[in-house]
Design a protein around this ligand. Structure first.
Ligand code: PMP
Ligand code: GLN
Length: 379
C-alpha cells in the first residue's frame, strides 16, 4: 500500500518510552509528569460522572467551559474572545493543531515552521497537501531571524507555525518578536499564524509569556492552541482548546465535527469548575522552576553541558565531552547502559540532522530527578 506518510516511523516519544520500560530506565524522555494531578480536580471529574454528565457534549465544547476560558484569556492577555464563536474544546493540542492545519491550508500552500520543530506539525501539513518550508534556528538561543523569515515568505505562504514557549528549545518570543510578526502580517495579507502555546504557564525567571493574544492585530490573524494536559499534570486526558477569529473558527469546527465531533463530557464539567481558581495554574512557574533548578544544580558535576531552559519542562544538553556518536545512538546507549532515557534532538529535524544534543524532561518527582541526576553524573 502506498503510504501517505512515507519515511515516517513510530514517534520518538513512543520509541524512547518503550525502550525505557524495556531496560527499566528512569524515563526523562517523553514529556509527562510522574506525579499525580490535584485530587480536587480528580474529585471534580468523579462528581461530574456521578452527576450524570456522561453523554455527548455540545460539538464546540461545554458552553460553561468556553466561557471560563474566554475569561481566562482576557484576564491573562487582555483579548476578548467570544466563547460562542471563537473557542473550541479539543481532544488535546494535537487534535487542535491537526484540525487547524486541515481547516486553514489548501493543497500546494506553503507552511513556514522553525526547526527544531515539535514532531506533529510536519505530518499534519503533508497529509493536507501543504508544502513545508523549514527555517533552522541555532543553539543556544534558538532566536528567530526575522530577515530570513521575510526572505522565505512567498504569495503561496498560507501559514506560519510558532511554538512559544518552545518544545524542545525552550525559546520564548519577546515583545520585539511580536512586533516583527506584526510587520510581516501587515505585509502579507494571506498569511495566518498557528500559535502552539501549550506551555503558556511554564515560564521561568520572572518572564511573561508573550501570547499572540496580547496584540489585537496578531490575535485577529492567529489560531491559538492550548492543552490542559500540560497545565494540570494530566497528559493522558487529551483535552485542550483552540481560540481564534470567528470566521476561521467556523472552518475549524467544520473539520472538528467530523474528526471527533465533541470531547469527553465529565472532564469538561470538572475543568469548568476547577478553572474558577486561577491559583492552580498561577503556581506553575515557581513549581517547575524549582524542578529545573534542582536538575541543573545536580548536573553541575556531570560531563553534560546544559543549554538555558527558559520555559516548558524540558532541558537540552550537549554531550560532546562524553561521546561523539549521533544523538539517536547516544540516547539509546544512555537508556541501556546508564538507565536514563532521553530524547535525541534530531527527532525534531525533518532530515534527522544530528546536533549532538539530547532533551531531558524534568516534570518528575524530586526523588526521580535525584535518582536520574546521580546516574547522569556517573556517565
Ligand atoms: N504541542 C507541543 C509543543 C507539545 O509539546 C505537545 C505535547 N507535549 C503537544 C502540542 C500535544 O499536546 P496534547 O498532549 O494536548 O495533544
Ligand atoms: N509532547 C510530548 C513531548 O514532547 C510528547 C507527546 C507525545 O508523546 N506525543 O515529549
Amino acid at each position: 500500500m502506498e503510504s501517505k506518510l512515507p519515511g515516517v516511523g513510530t514517534t520518538i516519544f513512543t520509541v524512547m518510552s518503550q525502550l525505557a520500560q524495556q531496560h527499566g530506565a528512569i524515563n526523562l524522555s517523553q514529556g509527562f509528569p510522574d506525579f499525580p494531578c490535584d485530587p480536587v480536580l480528580l474529585q471534580a471529574v468523579t462528581q461530574a460522572m456521578q452527576d450524570g454528565h456522561n453523554q455527548y457534549a455540545p460539538m464546540p465544547g461545554l458552553p460553561r467551559l468556553r466561557e471560563v476560558l474566554a475569561r481566562k484569556l482576557e484576564a491573562a492577555y487582555g483579548q476578548a474572545y467570544d466563547p460562542e464563536h471563537q473557542i473550541t474544546v479539543t481532544a488535546g493540542a494535537t487534535q487542535a493543531l491537526y484540525t487547524a492545519i486541515t481547516a486553514l491550508i489548501q493543497p500546494g500552500d506553503e507552511v513556514l515552521l522553525f526547526e527544531p520543530a515539535y514532531d506533529s506539525y510536519g505530518p499534519a501539513i503533508r497529509l493536507n497537501g501543504g508544502i513545508e518550508q523549514r527555517i533552522s534556528l541555532r543553539p543556544p538561543q534558538y532566536a528567530i531571524d526575522w530577515t530570513e523569515v521575510q526572505r522565505r515568505v512567498t504569495p503561496r505562504t498560507r501559514l506560519l507555525i510558532l511554538n512559544n514557549p518552545n518544545n524542545p528549545s525552550t525559546a520564548m518570543l519577546s515583545a520585539d518578536d511580536l512586533q516583527q510578526l506584526r510587520t510581516l502580517l501587515q505585509q502579507w495579507p494571506q498569511l495566518y499564524v498557528l500559535s502552539d502555546e501549550v506551555y503558556e504557564h511554564i515560564v521561568f525567571d520572572g518572564a511573561a509569556h508573550q501570547s499572540l493574544a496580547r496584540d489585537p492585530l496578531l490575535a485577529s490573524r492567529s489560531m491559538l492552541v492550548y492543552s490542559f494536559g500540560k497545565t494540570f499534570h494530566a497528559t493522558g486526558w487529551k483535552i485542550g482548546y483552540c481560540a481564534g477569529p470567528a470566521d476561521w473558527m467556523q472552518e475549524f469546527r467544520r473539520v472538528h465535527q467530523f474528526l471527533v465531533f465533541s470531547v469527553n463530557t465529565p472532564m469538561q464539567h470538572a475543568l469548568a469548575n476547577y478553572l474558577q481558581t486561577p491559583a492552580h495554574y498561577l503556581a506553575l512557574p515557581a513549581f517547575y522552576q524549582a524542578k529545573r533548578d534542582r536538575f541543573v544544580a545536580a548536573m553541575v558535576t556531570s560531563r553534560f553541558v546544559l543549554l538555558p531552559s527558559r520555559g516548558t519542562y524540558f532541558q537540552l544538553a550537549r554531550y560532546d565531552r562524553i561521546s561523539d556518536i549521533p544523538d539517536t545512538e547516544f540516547a539509546q546507549w544512555l537508556t541501556r547502559e546508564h538507565g536514563v532515557a532521553v530524547i535525541p534532538l534530531s527527532a525534531f529535524h525533518a532530515d534527522g540532522t544530528d546536533h549532538g544534543i539530547i532533551r531531558f524532561c524534568f516534570a518528575k518527582q524530586d526523588a526521580t530527578l535525584d535518582a536520574a541526576t546521580s546516574r547522569l553524573c556517573r556517565v
